[in-house]
Ligand binder design. Structure first.
Ligand code: APR
Length: 255
């Protein structure tokens, strides 16, 4: 079964010349970073990260959220890109194919795994801006060595309001420039590889359907069935690191 799925996946990859890899939290799972909807571990088991990542939580009490995002920054800095991140970068170096990444993730593992020009639909753990005037904040961040329950966010030097994480919270607009770039890439792609996303959070999860509408093939790499499995031409039950490594190895053997 898995070998048939691999063969079908490789056949799609061989035909593709414009590939967009669309990733979610499962892409970084083999780097040790928690996904959102798998069981949370550590300090945050009692906190629902989905409820926690909201404007209301920030307005109500910013210090626990600031502590959570900085701790996630610490964990991300300690993590390494996994073989899946590196396989995507290797793919992008092959002849006659253009490979881009559009991610829902706020970690920087695609960049550290060798990809540049990554589209971050939901922002980044390492960008910060003023809550009110939105001015980017480039100050020195003290990442905690251990998880802490509360940390005071810095104040914006321009207007004095609190600095917040440069990420998209539930109910917030996605950055319009990043959204535009993602749509254009999906419209131009002839293959979208969906990796590590449950496909339940919109509008991001609607992007593979945009690509399909413009004629792209959809390859999903996921250990479980997801909301996007039904639109996939091939849905390969494997993990990001195993699947992407095997796929790019197969393409390299062709080269
Ligand atoms: N390889 C590939 N996929 C994996 C792996 C792995 N090793 N481990 C888990 N997965 C899959 C899970 O089966 C699940 O389908 O990754 C998916 C992770 O889904 P979510 O936790 O829902 O993460 P994601 O889809 O990225 O969430 C989307 O929701 O919370 C918001 O803004 C947040 O960007 C996030 C968005």
């Amino acid at each position: 079964m898995a070998t048939d799925q691999f063969a079908s996946a490789l056949a799609l990859a061989r035909e593709a010349s414009r590939v967009e890899v669309f990733t979610g939290a499962g892409m970084s799972a083999e780097s040790g970073l928690d996904t959102f909807r798998d069981a949370q571990t550590g300090l945050w088991t009692k906190v629902d990260p989905v409820a926690f990542a909201s404007v209301d939580s920030w307005a109500r009490d910013p210090e626990p959220m600031w502590a959570w995002y900085l701790w996630r920054g610490t964990v991300c800095r300690r993590a390494e890109p996994n073989p899946g991140h590196r396989a995507i970068a290797d793919w992008s170096l092959l002849a006659d194919v253009h490979v881009g990444v559009t991610t829902q993730n706020i970690d920087n593992l695609h960049e550290r795994g060798g990809m540049d020009d990554v589209v971050h639909l939901h922002g980044s753990l390492f960008d910060y801006r003023c809550t009110i005037c939105s001015r980017p904040w480039k100050g020195e961040v003290e990442f905690p060595d251990e998880p802490v329950a509360r940390m005071a966010p810095p104040e914006c030097p321009l207007c004095g309001n609190l600095v917040r994480p440069g990420v998209v919270w539930f109910g917030e607009q996605l950055p319009q420039d990043e959204w535009g770039r993602a749509e254009a890439r999906m419209a131009a792609a002839d293959l979208v590889v969906v990796v590590g996303t449950s496909g339940v959070v919109h509008p991001a999860a609607g992007l593979p359907l945009v690509a399909k509408h413009f004629g792209a093939k959809i390859l999903e790499i996921s250990p479980e069935e997801t909301e996007l499995s039904r639109i996939a031409d091939v849905s390969w039950r494997t993990t990001a690191a195993q699947g992407l490594t095997q796929l790019v190895m197969g393409l390299t053997l062709d080269a």
